[in-house]
Design a binder for this molecule. Structure first.
Ligand code: HEC
Length: 117
């Protein structure tokens, strides 16, 4: 191989490596649904992607309504929200308070909900 051929081979190799790296990282960064959302049954009421099911409102676009702490508070104790009273008339089965969740889990859920645009 000549020097020029070696350079070309090195560049092609580098491109392939960068391409693969980009694929791997973009897949892991894409906001996927945290397992908690499925495990705790949020999906069973709020629907796939939490965009509204039969018995619960859509949680898409809540970033214009709540701050992160307020969502955490809501999940822990829905009755604390002024929106709860109005919802109660529309949805006969209210959401239960998820009192058992620690701040770490509440934070994961809140971050996910805030990412739904
Ligand atoms: C039994 C069905 C049910 C389950 C399970 C459920 N929700 Fe709800 N959720 C509701 C209903 C109904 C409302 C509206 C009023 C209320 O709180 O009952 C609501 C309201 C909310 C709101 C406030 C929406 C707003 O616009 O103010 C948030 C946030 C929320 N749910 C998050 C969650 C999360 C996160 C989970 C999983 C940990 C979850 N919910 C599980 C039924 C449910």
């Amino acid at each position: 191989m000549t020097k020029a051929q070696l350079w070309i081979a090195a560049f092609v190799g580098l491109f392939i490596i960068l391409f693969l790296l980009q694929k791997v990282t973009s897949e892991s960064i894409a906001s996927s649904t945290p397992p908690l959302v499925e495990e705790l049954g949020c999906i069973s009421c709020h629907g796939q992607g939490l965009n509204g099911g039969g018995g619960a409102p859509s949680l898409v676009g809540l970033s214009s309504v709540y701050k992160k702490e307020q969502i955490m508070q809501y999940i822990k104790n829905p009755e604390s929200s002024p929106r709860f009273a109005e919802f109660k008339t529309k949805y006969p089965n209210p959401m239960r308070p998820f009192k058992e969740l620690d701040d770490e889990k509440l934070g994961i859920l809140a971050d996910y909900i805030l990412s739904l645009k």
